[in-house]
Design a protein around this ligand. Structure first.
Ligand SMILES: Nc1nc2c(ncn2[C@@H]2O[C@H](COP(=O)(O)OP(=O)(O)O)[C@@H](O)[C@H]2O)c(=O)[nH]1
Ligand SMILES: [Mg+2]
Length: 447
């Protein structure tokens, strides 16, 4: 029966009046993989209809929030390109990996910070205007249909090409290799043959196959591993490995502009800046249309009458000691700027310990120095990730911004300011570190 269905499928494929609908309904669809019988209940709904295909991904656990946002951009551009190429034959969907257990999320008084949906931080309707995204919990519901678990068809664990530097061969690479026990640790096979994993802590998500793939190249090269005639869901772990196809292009900026935050976070940030920083969107020319697709190129943003500094501390003091200033030195760089700009207010976004913040504040006592301290309810609702975004929004609307060298937290603020239309010289500034100042290129927006 399976064989005859395969024949039927090939007939459909070569028939001249082939419609997309026919392919999507190709009945062998599930029969091809893992020896499923067509009446297998796992298979049932796949064969029923559908041209929906899902891309899932995850990122190396130690990576921080703001690098993960960049991985999202690369992935969303990849999925959008897939949709465009497949011309409605498949409906590609990007499943948003829940947020959780990030190294920097230290608050212990707000409950567990895991399985957090993207809607806590971002505006899903805006994301969807760029690419069809769905939350993990929606995927589980939709994909499991009536069964208890959702089995992802194939998972690729992406791995760097460790030999690249030895051999000096930097060509693109996309090669299946045997998985080492170490690589597979997260994906233990159960007696039923399925891989259970700590897929974001969901016990009802498993995988039918797990493969290791040495990968070097840009995102678009991943396409050859999808086999959409066979698999309806493919996951890539370590999605930070493939590089941008189009960093800094119009396409990049369209995807970036779609990353609007949850509107509640803008409201909290705006209330704060209105109250403590005399800031107001219409006066400061920082208003944007509700719909990001209606945004237009501009360079006339003024910003609220305050300087914002992003002062990155903690792990940067160890990992990048040379490129961050001492508190004293930061204070002196800031007062020079404040005088130059003739401003009275400084907003400080920082992950510094209280003693460092207090030291900075007292060294700058000729100015009004503020930072945002969330209420208990804001912290409970929006967690450490939301509080960090509120800091970023406030900085994005400052008259002048100065950040920390090579901090992705700083980069995301700079991008938001580019979108809002600040003159670039009010945005691409960074504190000099203990060692001499390092130069930073300014990644200006393209429309
Ligand atoms: N609220 C707040 N959190 C910050 C600030 N700077 C750093 N953090 C926290 O530390 C994390 C830094 O990690 P990441 O996002 O990877 O940025 P990067 O390490 O600076 O490139 C952020 O995601 C925040 O959780 C800040 O100014 N304000
Ligand atoms: Mg980081």
């Amino acid at each position: 029966m399976v064989a005859s269905n395969i024949l039927l499928y090939f007939f459909l494929l070569i028939s001249a009046d082939l419609t997309y609908k026919n392919v999507a309904q190709a009945p062998e669809y599930c029969g091809k993989k893992n020896g499923y019988a067509l009446d297998d209940k796992n298979c049932f709904w796949h064969t029923e209809f559908t041209s929906k295909r899902y891309i899932l991904y995850d990122v190396n656990p130690p990576e921080g929030f703001n690098l993960r946002r960049d991985v999202y951009l690369r992935t969303s551009i990849f999925v959008r390109n897939l949709s465009e190429k497949s011309k409605k034959r498949y409906q590609w969907h990007l499943v948003l990996p829940p947020w959780g257990n990030l190294y920097h999320w230290r608050s212990t008084d707000i409950g567990p910070q895991k399985q957090i949906p993207w809607s806590t931080f971002f505006d899903l309707e805006s994301l969807k205007k760029y690419v069809p995204v769905i939350e993990m919990h929606e995927f589980i519901k939709e994909y499991s249909q009536n069964s208890k678990t959702s089995a992802i068809d194939r998972v690729y664990i992406l791995q760097n090409d460790e030999k690249m530097f030895e051999t000096g061969n930097f060509d693109d690479k996309n090669q299946l290799v045997n998985c080492t026990p170490d690589a597979l640790r997260k994906y233990q096979a159960s007696s039923s043959g399925n891989y259970g994993a700590k897929f974001w802590g969901y016990s009802n998500v498993t995988a039918n196959e797990v493969k290791c793939l040495v990968y070097h190249g840009t995102m678009s090269g991943l396409e050859e591993n999808l086999y959409p005639d066979i698999y309806s869901s493919v996951m890539f772990d370590h999605m930070e490995i493939p590089l941008h196809d189009s960093y800094g292009t119009k396409e990049f900026w369209a995807a970036r502009r779609s990353m609007r935050y949850n509107s509640a976070l803008y409201e909290i940030a705006n209330d704060f800046s209105q109250k403590y920083l005399k800031s107001n969107d219409s006066r400061d020319k920082t208003e944007l249309p509700m719909d990001w697709t209606k945004e237009k190129s501009k360079r006339n943003a003024l910003g609220g009458p305050y300087l914002c500094v992003h002062l990155r501390r903690r792990d940067f003091l160890i990992g990048r000691a040379g490129s961050v200033p001492t508190i004293k030195n930061a204070a002196s760089q800031l007062s020079i700027k404040m005088e130059e700009l003739n401003l009275q207010s400084i907003f400080i976004a920082t992950d510094a310990e209280n003693n460092e913040y207090n030291e900075l504040k007292s060294l700058l006592n000729m100015y009004a120095v503020t930072r945002y301290t969330p209420s208990d309810s804001v912290k409970k609702l929006y967690k450490d990730g939301g509080v960090a975004i509120i800091d970023q929004i406030i900085c994005s609307k400052a008259r002048y911004f100065i950040g920390t060298h090579e901090s992705t937290f700083t980069f995301r603020i700079q991008e938001d300011r580019e979108i809002m239309g600040f003159p670039s010289k009010m945005t691409f500034n960074e504190l000099c570190g203990i060692e001499k100042c390092k130069s930073r290129s300014s990644w200006k927006i393209l429309w």
